[in-house]
Design a protein around this ligand. Sequence first.
Ligand SMILES: Cc1cc2nc3c(=O)[nH]c(=O)nc-3n(C[C@H](O)[C@H](O)[C@H](O)COP(=O)(O)O)c2cc1C
Length: 391
Amino acid sequence: MQPAAVKPLRFGKLEIGTPVVLAPMAGITNTAFRRLCREFGGGLYVSEMITSRALVERTDESMRLIGHHPSETIRSIQLYGVDPVTIGNAVSMLVAEDRADHIDLNFGCPVPKVTRKGGGAALPWKQDLFSAIVQSAVKHAGDIPVTVKMRKGIDGDHLTYLDAGRAARDAGIAAVSLHGRTASDYYSGEADWDAIAKLREALPDIPVLGNGDIWSAADAIRMVRETGVDGVVVGRGCLGRPWLFADLQAAFDEFQRDPNSDAAINPVQPTLGQVATAFRQHAVLLTEFFESEERACRDIRKHVAWYFKGYPVGGDFRAALAQVRSLAHMDEIFQDLDWDAPYPGDAAEGPRGRLGGAKSCSLPERWLDSRDLVGDQRATLLEAELNVSGG
Ligand SMILES: Cc1cc2nc3c(=O)[nH]c(=O)nc-3n(C[C@H](O)[C@H](O)[C@H](O)COP(=O)(O)O)c2cc1C
């Protein structure tokens, strides 16, 4: 495909200079991680998903999750829901209380406990319900742009992304992102960028963003070249590597200057000391977010393997950090670290985060028989929004 010049992303009235989106990731993309990433580069930094029902009920957790730091100039919130009325109420609340500048709707969750009830990536199969949800969100959002994020479908025989993309466009959605996997693929194999290219072609009138397996800035440019997308959505690639956004910014600056340029960018190659500093800063920002140093230190533990991937730190260091109790304890653990140890090269790169294998998608009974909701499927669905996190 002939590379088209990538322009700034335009979602309704919003303009995003660098066409890069931090993928919503439950338990990860809270305001602490978003702030850390934004220090490195431009783009749009989306919250982790928040269920519309919890938001309407104003649970403490959902109210914490919708919060933004004043430095976050585009307040972007991802909602997940299965009911048009509840989604409409959640969007109305965000608008009335001036809590968001952009709202994304999540239709990509592959987790069995969600799809088993007809939620997440199983939902777009029901065309009437999908359309009703996106229409309700757009209607209640007023001039706040609403976007949709989805997977290809339930499995290879039950693809939904082209129909859902068109329905979203017709409902007035400002942009669509596609993760090039089905729910059954889970996180296995390689994301299908051909499907992303197909969606790009099918929706010439709105921005289409591609998602899946961008591990480096070079991957991002390759996706744009191969699929023609207007922007990229980056998830696992930035886990433990917030500086990836500096690489992405540099690569897109060069691409915007000359789409045919093959000038290599110089990726950030942090020393061990720089990694440790970012890790600590992440914990400091989490402390602000949770208003608890103890909780922040518990939370940062899950990031240890990602930050220190490939660095020669030893098992004892990793084990100690995986039980870090406080910032002072972290400093103690860091005391013997070789701060000048160089970036280790390929060992620090590549896949990270969820990589789980394919599994057949659990669905409610007779879900696939009809593309509209029938019988008591609506009642089953309401359970698809309980105790949910992640996509
Ligand atoms: C830990 C984790 C949590 C996730 N949570 C969400 C979520 O809340 N909302 C969502 O739409 N997708 C979620 N996803 C999916 C990602 O946004 C993204 O679509 C997926 O990881 C593929 O992109 P990648 O290959 O760049 O990681 C999550 C993924 C991971 C690894």
